[in-house]
Design a protein around this ligand. Structure first.
Ligand code: AMP
Ligand code: MG
Length: 360
């Protein structure tokens, strides 16, 4: 089957797309105006250890443009992963983490940009977003393997070993001022990669589309038919259930939560997100969804709000273009807490169990 035929075969089958924590519902062709705009979709595999899909809206007879845009988006995502993964030996972040103090570690503009975005995220979120938390993450990963909780002293040492004060970002690289400072870009690299993929598609003249990596996504332009992209908010308690849906144009939507990624230590469930102030896994909100102009911002804030909980919404309110939703409680008694503008983005309202019960 040719590449074009492959793309076309996907075209009509997809009205409903299940995407990690979210769902996109798309109308895939609009008639009446000429030329007819069509949404082509491509699934990418082996990227950032999760499912990934890209949608490009182009005139129906220009499927080769969609294919070129997909290739460009894929190239960007793979490039960001290759540079940012701290687990790939020889990657830029691996080289930074293993470098000795005082030496300039040369970094690509991409790596410098992500580190600067992470540093900015740290400032904006009152320290809740902190990529230098890596030694603490390692302690908790080890605990998951051995089944024994880290001691307060081990956590204090791990926290003291790495902080933003111990690393200096230069225009062409970074210098560690301690041997022990290390970074983990797991809370931002996906969002950054999505932004890079969107920009690559736009550079190729694609005016509307979507890039989704594991449920975090950025949409641009309008879906075929002219409406906003419809993004489902998946229940943190039951992956098959939708709590509501958002309508977005030119915005990113990222979700963080402890319902998919956690470890069990001494019989208790622990989130993969660490509160940098306590060096302990967070337990506040089962899920946080953030809508922002870029996926880098949405990804950063989703992780940060998992740490800050509802107190963090005040910080988000200072940004006119960022909205956030926290789902708090348990499966039988959850409720949403959101920034003031979040409701305006909802296409279908959220219905917590208490509201549903009183309506019956
Ligand atoms: P996300 O799914 O975007 O919330 O990212 C979670 C990942 O970010 C974790 O698996 C860690 O790799 C990393 N991480 C954990 N805690 C923090 C934190 N407080 N700030 C920044 N990154 C973190
Ligand atoms: Mg994040």
């Amino acid at each position: 089957m040719s590449r074009n035929t492959q793309i076309k075969s996907l075209l009509w089958a997809l009205v409903l797309l299940g995407i990690g924590g979210l769902l996109v519902v798309g109308l895939w062709q609009t008639a009446g105006t000429n030329p007819v705009q069509v949404g082509y979709r491509r699934e990418l595999t082996g990227i950032m250890s999760t499912s990934c899909q890209v949608v490009a809206v182009v005139p129906a007879d220009q499927d080769t443009r969609a294919a070129q845009a997909f290739a460009a988006a894929e190239g960007e995502l793979r490039d960001v992963e290759a540079k940012m993964s701290t687990y790939i030996q020889g990657s830029e972040m691996w080289l930074l983490n293993t470098a000795t103090a005082g030496e300039l570690v040369p970094l690509s503009p991409t790596a410098v940009e992500v580190l600067n975005a992470a540093a900015e995220g740290h400032r904006q979120t009152a320290g809740a977003f902190d990529v230098t938390i890596r030694p603490v993450i390692e302690q908790w990963k080890q605990a998951a393997q051995t089944g024994r909780l880290p001691s307060p002293a081990q956590l204090a040492d791990a926290r003291a070993a790495s902080s933003w004060e111990q690393i200096e970002i230069m225009p062409n690289g970074a210098i560690k001022t301690s041997e022990t400072v290390t970074v983990d870009l797991g809370g931002i690299a996906k969002g950054y990669g999505i932004d890079r993929a969107v920009k690559a598609m736009q550079r190729r003249g694609i005016s509307a589309g979507l890039v989704d990596v594991g449920g975090d996504l950025r949409a641009f332009g309008r879906r075929p038919g002219g409406g906003p992209w419809r993004i489902g908010i998946r229940s943190p308690f039951d992956k098959g259930q939708m709590l509501g849906s958002l309508g977005v144009t030119d915005a990113a939507v990222c979700t963080s939560g402890n319902y998919e990624r956690y470890s069990i230590i001494e019989g208790r469930r622990y989130s993969h997100i660490i509160d940098p102030h306590t060096a302990r896994p967070v337990e506040i909100a089962p899920s946080v969804t953030v809508v922002a102009p870029t996926a880098t911002e949405a990804d950063t804030w989703a992780t940060a709000l998992s740490v800050l909980g509802t107190n963090g919404l005040e910080l988000v309110e200072a940004h006119d273009d960022i909205e956030a939703l926290l789902i708090v409680g348990d499966p039988n008694n959850w409720h949403p807490i959101a920034t003031s503008g979040f409701e305006d983005l909802l296409l279908t309202p959220l219905t917590p169990p208490s509201a549903a019960a009183s309506a019956n």
